[in-house]
Each structure stands twice: as structure tokens, then as C-alpha cells.
Design a protein around this ligand. Structure first.
Ligand code: MN
Length: 131
């Protein structure tokens, strides 16, 4: 089974790039285009990790992170914020909302997967073959 990663992102180009890179590296990508859709997929698809854009419609990424962390069904899924905000205090705000990491946009295709994998829990199935 492929490891599932939920990407919550409203920008088509960013979504396309993240999905492309992750799929090239053997991950299954679930796409959500707004916060509410993201929460639904987080509960229903049991992803191994969530990549969360902060500027998204319906509810922003901070609120999504807080709801994910406040629900026992999803609280153990690592959440990595992906945002173009590069302001002082932003990382603190993201971490306070319960995210385990922070990636800045534009993402760097050369380091993206290793940055994501730093936050991915090690699974016993990773030690076997690819399927
Ligand atoms: Mn956005």
C-alpha cells in the first residue's frame, strides 16, 4: 500500500507541483481545495501526513490545524504548514496551532520530499517492497 498524503491547497499550480513530486516518489496524494474539504478527507482517508496551506478558503489553515488537533480521530496525524507568509512570528503561530513543521512557498522541488519525510512517521511497511 502506498503511503497517503493529504494536500490541502487552493492554488492549482502549487497543488499540481506537490502532487507531481509526491507521486513521483511513490506516495498517494489526496487533494482538498479548502479547509472544510480537508477536514473531511483527514477523517475519512486516514492520511499518514497532511500538507496544509495556510491561506485557503472556507476556514484558514490555522483553524484547520486546531480542529485536526482537537479531534481524537485526527490528532495524531502530523500536519506540515505550507505557506508563503514569511513574517516574523508566523512559524510560532503555525506551531501553536499544532503543526509539526513549516515549509515556505515557493517549494523547492529538490528538497521538498526530504522536508516532508522528516515529519512522516516511520511505518513498518516502508521496510518491505514498494507495494
Ligand atoms: Mn492558498
Amino acid at each position: 500500500m502506498k503511503t497517503k498524503i493529504l494536500v490541502i491547497e487552493d492554488n492549482e499550480q502549487n497543488m499540481y507541483l506537490m502532487k507531481f513530486i509526491l507521486e513521483q516518489n511513490g506516495y498517494e496524494v489526496i487533494q482538498a481545495w479548502n479547509g472544510e474539504e480537508g477536514l473531511d478527507w483527514a477523517r475519512n482517508a486516514a492520511p499518514a501526513l497532511i500538507l496544509l496551506d495556510i491561506q485557503i478558503p472556507v476556514m484558514d489553515g490555522y483553524e484547520v490545524a486546531e480542529k485536526l488537533k482537537g479531534n481524537p480521530e485526527t490528532s495524531s496525524i502530523p500536519v506540515v504548514a505550507v505557506t508563503s507568509y514569511a513574517m516574523v512570528g508566523d512559524r510560532e503561530r503555525v506551531m501553536a496551532a499544532g503543526c509539526s513543521g513549516y515549509l515556505e512557498k515557493p517549494i523547492d522541488p529538490d528538497t521538498f520530499v526530504s522536508d516532508v519525510e522528516m515529519h512522516l512517521p516511520v511505518q513498518s511497511s516502508d521496510l518491505g517492497g514498494s507495494e
